[in-house]
Design a binder for this molecule. Sequence first.
Ligand SMILES: Cc1cc2nc3c(=O)[nH]c(=O)nc-3n(C[C@H](O)[C@H](O)[C@H](O)COP(=O)(O)OP(=O)(O)OC[C@H]3O[C@@H](n4cnc5c(N)ncnc54)[C@H](O)[C@@H]3O)c2cc1C
Length: 601
Amino acid sequence: MTQFSVLNLLAGFTAILAGTFFKPVRYPTNVMPDDIIVDFIVVGSGSTGSVVAGRLAEISEWDVLVLEAGGQPPAFAKVPFLHLGSEFPNSSYMNYYKMRPQKYSSQFAKNTGGLYRRGKVIGGSGTINQMMHHRGIPQDYENWAAQGNPGWDYKTVLKYFKKTEDYKGPLKSRDAPFRAFGGPIGVEKVAWKPPVCRVAIRAGEEMGLAEVDYNTDTTIGSAIFQLTTKNRERVTTADAFLLPGLRRRNLKLQINSQVIKIIMDAENRAIGVKYVHKNKVKRAFAKREVILSAGAGDSPKLLMLSGIGPKKHLETLGIESRVDLPGVGQNYQDHLVVRGISWTIHPNISSSIFERIGPGAMLNYFERRSGPLTSPVGICALYQLNVGNPQEPHIPDILITQENGLLGQDYGLFTLSPYKQSIHDYYRPIKGRDGFSMSPWLSRPKSVGTVTLMSKNPFDPPVLDHNALSHPDDFELMVKAAKASRRLGNAKIFRRALGAEPINKPIPDCAHFAFESDDYWRCFVRGWSGMGAHMCGTCKMAPDSDPMGVVTPRLKVRGVKNLRVIDASIMPSITSGHINAVTFMIGEKGADLIKEDYGKI
Ligand SMILES: Cc1cc2nc3c(=O)[nH]c(=O)nc-3n(C[C@H](O)[C@H](O)[C@H](O)COP(=O)(O)OP(=O)(O)OC[C@H]3O[C@@H](n4cnc5c(N)ncnc54)[C@H](O)[C@@H]3O)c2cc1C
C-alpha cells in the first residue's frame, strides 16, 4: 500500500470517528436565481469575509450575498486536534496552489516547489487552521500607519481586536486594557499540557524570558499559546459572525459557487460577478459594492482574471487589461519556519500518537472536553525574543514555537513525507520516539515574493513564488534564531524533568561542515526552512503616492469604483506572529469603513 493510500485511509477513519461523536455545524444556504441583484456581494466566507458579511448584515435595509467556492465544514473541524483531518492529501476542503521551486529555502524537501494549502470551505482557512491566536505587536500597526495608511495605527486597531474577543484566560491588571470579554470569538489558553509543556515557561526563565500575555503591548517573553476556541471547540468567524447573520432575512450564503470574474461597466465600476455553480455560469449584481475576501491567493487572482493587475503579465496570457495596477500579486509575504531542531525525551513519560487520538481520547473529549484532543497537534508554548537588533531589545524579531512532538514520531507517515530520503534515513533510529522541537520563525521577514496567474482559465490555481530567504538579512537572522532555539531546548529543566537529549548528530546533507558551526547552521537553515501558511500582502494597502499600492487605506481598489478587497491581501507588511486574528481585525475595520462611507455609523 502506498503512503498516500495509508494517509487517505487514516483520513477516512478520522472522519468516521469524528462523525460518530460530533454533529457538524450546518449552515443555512441558498441557491440564488440567475442575475439576482443585492446591495453587497462578498466573495469568500473565510476568516475575513464572514466578519465583513455578518457586520454588513447588521444594517437591516442592506441585502448581502456571500458566494463561497467551498461547501459545508466537516464534523472534525470543531475538535482542535482533528485539524489534522484536512492535512491529508487531496482534501476536498482545501485549495492547492502551485509553488515555484525555491532556490534559497526548503532544500531538504523532496520537491522545493510543491503545493500550498488554503481552506476551501465555509469559514475558509479559519476552519482548518491550527487556531493559534496572535495579534502581532503594536509596532506592526505603527509601521502600517507610518507607511501612509491613516486609521491603521495600534490604538485604532486595538479597538477592533477587542471587539471580536471573548477572552477566557488569566488576566493581570496591567494587561486588562488590552483584553475584552463577551465578543463573538472565544480565546482560551492551551489546556492539555503533556510533561514537555508543563516546564516550557521555566525553560524560558532560564533564558531570561518572563511569562507574558503576548496579545498585549508586552511582547518579549514566553507564554502558553492562546487558541480561538470556546469550551475547547474551534470557533471560526463563520460560526461567530456568519451563522447569526444568516438568521436574518437580509444575508444569504451560496456555497459551491466559484466566482470567476468581476463584471465592470464602461466606466470601470464593479457592478457584479460571474460565478460557476453546478457547472453553470451565473451572474449576480451589486447595487452598492463587490467585496473580495477570497484570501491572499485568490483575491489577486480574481482581480487579474478581470483585467486589473500588471498589464504586461495579463497581456502575455491574453487577458484584456482594464486597469494597469502593477502591485496586484506583488509584495507576497509569509512567515518562514525552520523545523528539525529536536530533542527526544525519556520513554516512560511519553504518550504515543495512538493514545492521543484513540477512542479513549475521543471519549475524554466528548464527555469532559479535556485531554489531547483539546489542542491542535503539538501546540504548546511560544517564546518571542530579539536576537538580531540590540538597539531595539523590547521588539521581538523572532518567534520560537515549542512543539510537543518530534518529526518521525508518527513513524514518518505524515511529518516526514515531504522530505528527501536522506532526512528519512537520519530519523530512522528515533522513529516513533516522543520528544519535542523548537521551531524558529522570523517575525517580519524582508524577503517578498509574487502571486501570478498560471493561465486565463479561472480553475487553474495561482502560482506562488515565496522567494523565502532571498534577502540576506533574513538568512543571517534565521541562523541566529536557529542557534537561540538550540540554546532554549538545551535548558537544564528539560534535561532534569524529562531526560531531554538533543539529536546530536549532523544532518547528512550538512555533514561537511563542523557540527553546529555557523556554516553548519546556514546549511541547516537553507535545508529545513519552509513556509508558515500565513500568505498576505498581495493587494497591499498604500497611499496614492505608492505605485505598488492596490487598495487605498479605505480598502478601495485603485482605478475601479465600488470594489474593495478586505482580507489578508491588504496587509502592507506582515505582522509578527500568526495572522488569523489580524484578519478578524481587518474584517471588523473594513465593515466599519463601508458603514461610514454610507453614513451608517
Ligand atoms: C493549514 C493552515 C494552518 C494555519 N494555522 C494558523 C494558526 O494556527 N493561526 C493563525 O493565526 N493563522 C493560521 N493560518 C493562517 C490563517 O488561517 C489565514 O491567514 C486566514 O484564515 C486568512 O484569512 P482570509 O480571510 O484572508 O482567507 P481565507 O480564510 O482563506 O478565506 C478565503 C475564502 O474564500 C473562498 N474563495 C476563494 N476563491 C474564491 C472564489 N473565486 N469564489 C468564491 N469563493 C472563493 C475560499 O474557499 C475561502 O473560504 C493557517 C493557515 C493554514 C492554511
